[in-house]
Design a protein around this ligand. Structure first.
Ligand SMILES: Nc1nc2c(ncn2[C@@H]2O[C@H](COP(=O)(O)OP(=O)(O)OP(=O)(O)O)[C@@H](O)[C@H]2O)c(=O)[nH]1
Ligand SMILES: [Mg+2]
Length: 270
């Protein structure tokens, strides 16, 4: 792969819809392009039934890969049953609960083995509005990485979160930005889009983070490779059904992991 400079050297693109660096250039997507939403699930039976049709309804090129870690509530079985009637839905079953990061890496590899041009990350619990997908697709024409961001445009777009959780998330992004130099307002968000060449270049097997830290590491690796990133405002709505998998452990991993990421950068390993 040709040598790339880190994107956003002057911080542009961190606040609105303007990609910063000039590499790559604009691309167009045609009706034949395949676009994949990778959706990790753990006990999201009710949510999967609701969200998959909404995603597929947004664009005929979109497909969904549910990556399920053997959910006890039968999420995978339900998704497989839906897939018998819907050719654009796919299911990847994994043996046991192994974290969001591992599920995404498995989903990304699955995508790269096939001809998808864009790969999206999206939660299954209706926190991410499927109606925003066309905007993300559009933004991917001029940026190689599109970040759905809760904290751009001078607003905090989070609905129904307790204040404590919001503060952890907002200042968590500030902390990650300060420690790692990743110039994004929303470092931990999970509603993002990558052109396939980004995932191809990332050396996915080397990603070690698993929870919120995974989202930071993924974006940081893309940034270090010089891919152009843009943040697009999204609204994040707290889940209405199903249970959160957020835990103290996931937050603590992110707290120390950003320092690990900084050290990796200094050692030239990112
Ligand atoms: N396959 C898989 N999916 C997971 C795992 N942990 C979380 N997920 C899924 O990842 C997405 C995000 O997890 P959530 O529990 O919603 O995390 P969150 O959005 O920070 O927390 P809430 O606001 O409480 O929903 C959801 O679709 C989960 O079902 C896991 O270990 N394996
Ligand atoms: Mg959630």
């Amino acid at each position: 792969m040709k040598e790339r400079r880190p994107g956003l050297p002057d911080g542009r693109g961190a606040d609105s819809g303007t990609p910063a660096t000039g590499r790559g250039g604009e691309v167009t997507f045609s009706t034949g392009d395949r676009l994949l939403v990778v959706m990790p699930t753990f006990n999201e039976r009710d949510n999967v039934a609701r969200i998959v049709p909404l995603v597929l309804g947004e664009d005929p090129r979109l497909e969904v890969l549910v990556v399920d870690d053997n959910s006890p509530d039968g999420t995978a079985a339900l998704a497989e049953e839906m897939a018998t009637r819907e050719a654009r839905l796919h299911v990847l079953r994994r043996g046991a609960k192994d974290g969001l990061g591992r599920a995404y890496v498995a989903g990304f590899r699955w995508a790269l083995e096939r001809s998808y041009r864009l790969v999206f990350e999206m939660d299954a619990d209706m926190s991410h509005d499927p109606g925003k997908l066309p905007t993300l697709i559009d933004a991917a024409r001029s940026a190689e990485v599109v970040i759905g961001s809760r904290y751009v445009g001078g607003r905090i777009n989070v609905v129904n979160w307790p204040m404590g959780r919001l503060l952890i998330s907002y200042f968590g992004s500030f902390y990650a930005r300060t420690v790692t130099g990743l110039p994004l307002r929303d470092a931990t968000g999970g509603y993002n889009c990558f052109r396939r060449e980004v995932l191809e270049a990332l050396d996915l097997e080397r990603i070690q983070s698993n929870g919120y830290a995974f989202q930071i590491e993924l974006k940081l690796r893309a940034f270090r490779k010089g891919f152009r990133m843009v943040e697009i405002p999204i609204v994040f709505t707290e889940r209405e059904s199903g249970e959160s998998k957020m835990s103290k452990r996931i937050v603590l991993e992110a707290v120390w992991r950003v320092w690990w990421l900084r050290i990796q950068q200094v050692l030239g390993r990112l």
